[in-house]
Design a protein around this ligand. Sequence first.
Ligand SMILES: [Zn+2]
Length: 155
Amino acid sequence: MKKLVKVASPAAIAVLRQATAIAPKRHKASDGLLPSAAHIKQNPNSDHNSGLAVDLTHDPHSGIDCREIFEQLKSDKRVDYLIFNSRIWSARNGERDYTGPNRHEKHLHISIKAECSKDTSPWFAWMGKPSIGSKVKAKFKKKAVKKDVPSPKGD
Ligand SMILES: [Zn+2]
């Protein structure tokens, strides 16, 4: 059994936060970070137990199309493996049928490599919309510009 953690990894949390920033009205019914007690019993080796996995609700009407995200995230170096709609993909084994008890039709499961647990850079960069990360940067830039303006005191 994998070690249980109480807090999900920053990289996993960033997936849900950034998705909400892109699609504020998206459905979240199948979102998930940490496992429930029942989930631990059913799947003691799940990456959710170590905070390195995230479930993202499939809601194509709001712009969170997990079919597209599944394809796009294959090129994200942080991804260990992906599961959606009875398909599983990993960098090591490529894409194949997924025959586990949960077909993952309502959510995309993303497992993140342990060494990338703190990497919160944009997960949906191809969507070309502001992520949490870029918003913070923009704010920071604005402040920096202000600082360069000489104050009336001349210091
Ligand atoms: Zn999952």
